[in-house]
Write a protein that binds this ligand. Sequence first.
Ligand code: TXA
Ligand code: MG
Length: 321
Amino acid sequence: MDSESIKAAAAILAGGGLVAFPTETVYGLGANAANEQAVRRIFEIKERPADHPLIVHLADKSQLRDWVQEIPPAAEILGTAFWPGPLTLVLPRAKHVLDIVTGGQASIGVRVPSHPVAQALLRAFGGGIAAPSANKFGRVSPTLAAHVKAEFGANLALILDGGQSEVGIESTILDLSSEQPVLLRPGMIGIERVSAVLGRDVQLPGIRATRASGMLASHYAPRTPTYLCCPADLDEWAGREIGHVAVIARRASPVSNLSALRWLEASDEPTAYAHDLYANLRFLDALACDSILIEDVPRTSEWSAVRDRLVRATSIEKARA
Ligand code: TXA
Ligand code: MG
């Protein structure tokens, strides 16, 4: 990425405009987190409900004190261990933080991304960048600049192209705003690692209501009706579907030369699977098949973040005989 593009992007942010930029998780749609009009525009073009708070991205952990009321020891420890990287911490917010950023809540989500282009942009801009994933509300997050362009096209003055996002699914979100750390959204930094670093247990969500939009049942969803399918039933389901069917499975197709069947072999390793997941979903969605079947993945901790996204992408129910 040339420094002119970074400068231009920082100038757009400073002038109250929006810039899409790559992060190691997914692409973000960024605005100056201290400019209410600019942040409002994010909600407009994403068509996102106003009570869904945004993550504020920072260049460095040292900027945390500008955004939070206090830095709890757990945040210090986790920031040191995992930043820059795919972990978002929810902390008590500083007084000046805009309500539109936090959804009116007393807490703020902050993250220091590691992608070199995100880092360069944050450093050139100097302040915090409020950025949700650069997709329309409820849709599949973008992991390529082309995805962002397809989603927003002419509505965006500048999309910084930093190649394919390495992690491929959104950051792990951990709520440290109350006594007990709570996982709000699983990500590729697993809670075992977080617990080990913290030296204490992390509570799973469900007990408390949260406003994490990724927590809505139907999220990250393709337009094509999409179903999660038990591995043992996959071949039978694929054969029984009427019309054009697309499949994502962790093995090759058992049949060949079926024009009505588009079978995509995904990795059987969770890191590589996550890396490709959204690009695969977007690719298959664009084929306009009648349905997408996704082979379920193991219910083990290393797959838990991937499985969370699969369950949400396939939450449309369909009665099956
Ligand atoms: O990996 C990521 O986190 C990406 C990249 C661009 O950084 N961002 C992302 O943003 O996924 P978004 O807006 O699509 O999801 C952020 C999630 C939402 O579910 C939001 O509700 C939650 O973070 N969140 C933000 N601030 C929060 C807060 N104060 N309390 C609870 N949840 C919060
Ligand atoms: Mg999102």
